[in-house]
Design a protein around this ligand. Structure first.
Ligand code: ZN
Length: 498
């Protein structure tokens, strides 16, 4: 956690803000200024560093409390975030329309607001039309309008609305503003817009991207760091897909181990973490299974023969621990999806199927493996907090959560800070495919972190100085430390594709 990792110090940031912090942040305006939007003149007094004005009974005065809240909000706005989880396409692919169902403003609704629309009762056929390229972008509002009042206040919608405001200057989405929304979408969506959106507007230092594959050689290696998604290395497994690039022939389990080692030997030094979203298809109750037990099952899978669910689990369990061993050997933390499921309007998860209790069982493993439990296992975060409090190698990532349940996210963060060590939590991952929505989610996370720290000060649990001292670790330093980002960045500078 050396100083050079921190970039702007708190003092620098506050000095740079100058008059802007005093004027523009008055009342912690909804449309807080963006990173490139700061003035610079005389510096205001810093509430945390001057003697707090007190009332007759020794309580801080209203004015002093307001000053401190503004100071805290300003510091949180100015501190660059390390974004620990996204699914962003590479900009080049996005511009070519890869993975893009519709290249218009409705794309911002395609991940995740479409799920709330489905839950609100929007017919599947209308959702498909809305997210297709067949309907004129301006006419799409008519499809959305009947369902808008029901969803407009959820976290998923709020992130989109903030993005429309901060990126296109649109205050409210409606039949009149939809033209301005579409014009804004087209004007922004140009080469170089990822840098402008992520660093310029959202003040994000770097993102950690799961592109759903084993590894992506990104064209923006310093901005879009990559996870190794290891799902298909153990579920299935995808022998042709993963063995192909290695040029290795796979006839037995030893060969498959060699294929997996090839991926780790080639890419682990450039990757930030291993990502395993297996909870979408199975429980996390991975048992240690010896190679001799898994070998005959693997051979049968390879021949395309049917195996029983119990046999399939034996094989997956064995391969999971093989992957964890590789991750640990290469110093890569293992990120596990836990809790709530993402579902598109066309998926038909029932609530029961979505969250069977056994999927949230904690995972054991060696003490050298660093586990990151994603999405606070929402809604089971209290159990997870106990895990992070108890185990040195258990960490919690709040990625996705500020838009799933903003109120619970604030409660979680307050609980975490008074229960488990503060270096065990990461406070932001947008978890988005559309880069534009990251702006909205990041704004919600900054406001949520502000709220959590402010409330702990108001409740007399944290001192003002303690609250300010937590900002950089929460937004940035915790991630630098666990993911060794300085070294990764240097390594990536030398990557053959950089
Ligand atoms: Zn995700």
């Amino acid at each position: 956690m050396s100083n050079d990792k921190r970039g702007l110090s708190r003092r620098d940031a506050l000095t740079a803000m100058g008059v802007w912090s005093a004027a523009a942040l008055a009342g912690e305006a909804e449309a807080a200024p963006t990173a490139g939007n700061k003035g610079a003149d005389s510096a205001p007094a810093l509430a945390g560093e001057t003697a707090a004005a007190v009332t007759g009974d020794g309580e801080p005065s209203e004015a002093s409390r307001g000053d401190f809240r503004r100071e805290l909000a300003a510091m949180i706005d100015q501190t660059p975030i390390v974004d620990t989880h996204e699914h962003l396409l590479d900009e080049h692919d996005r511009l070519r329309g890869e993975w893009v169902s519709c290249d218009d403003w409705a794309f911002l609704v395609s991940h995740y607001l479409n799920s709330d629309l489905a839950a609100a009762g929007m017919p599947g056929g209308d959702i498909s039309k809305f997210l297709s390229g067949e309907v004129d972008p301006i006419d799409k509002w008519k499809l959305l309008a009947p369902h808008w009042p029901a969803v407009k206040n959820t976290g998923f919608a709020r992130a989109v609305r903030i993005a429309l405001k901060e990126l296109y200057g649109v205050e409210e989405l409606n039949g009149h503003s939809v033209k301005q929304v579409q014009a804004g979408y087209e004007a922004l969506r140009q080469p170089g817009f990822y840098e402008r959106v992520l660093r310029g507007v959202a003040n994000i230092e770097s993102c950690q991207v799961d592109n759903f594959g084993a590894f992506r050689e990104s064209r923006h290696p310093q901005l879009l760091l990559q996870d190794m998604n290891c799902n298909s290395m153990h579920i299935g497994p995808d022998v042709p897909g993963l063995a192909g690039p290695t040029g290795k022939e796979v006839q037995d389990l030893d060969d498959w181990h060699a294929v997996l080692r090839w991926w780790f030997d080639k890419y682990a030094k450039y990757a930030v973490a291993v990502k395993i979203p297996a909870a979408y298809s199975r429980g996390l109750d991975y048992e240690q299974v010896a190679a001799e037990t898994a070998e005959p099952v693997f051979r049968r899978v390879l021949r395309g023969e049917q195996v029983t669910p119990v046999e399939q689990k034996l094989l997956e369990d064995h391969l999971f621990w093989f992957i964890v061993e590789q991750a640990t050997k290469h110093d890569l933390p293992v990120k596990l999806h836990t809790g709530y499921y993402s579902a598109t309007a066309t998926c038909r998860w029932s609530a029961w199927r979505a969250m069977p209790p056994r999927r949230r069982r904690s995972v054991g493993g060696g003490p050298d493996t660093q586990w990151v439990f994603m999405h606070i296992a929402y809604p089971y975060w209290q159990e997870l907090l106990a895990v992070a409090k108890h185990y040195r190698n258990a960490h919690i990532d709040m990625c996705w959560t500020w838009i799933i349940d903003p109120a619970a996210s604030t409660r979680f963060l307050k609980s975490h800070l008074v229960t488990a060590p503060a270096n065990k939590v990461f406070v932001f991952g947008g978890d988005y495919i559309p880069v534009e929505c990251v702006v909205g989610h990041a704004r919600m996370a900054r406001k949520g972190v502000t709220r959590a720290l402010w409330e702990l000060v108001e409740e007399d649990y944290l001192s003002r100085a303690d609250a300010l001292e937590l900002v950089e670790p929460l937004l940035r330093d915790n991630a630098h430390e666990l993911y060794n980002l300085q070294a990764k960045s240097e390594q990536l500078r030398r990557a053959p594709w950089a």
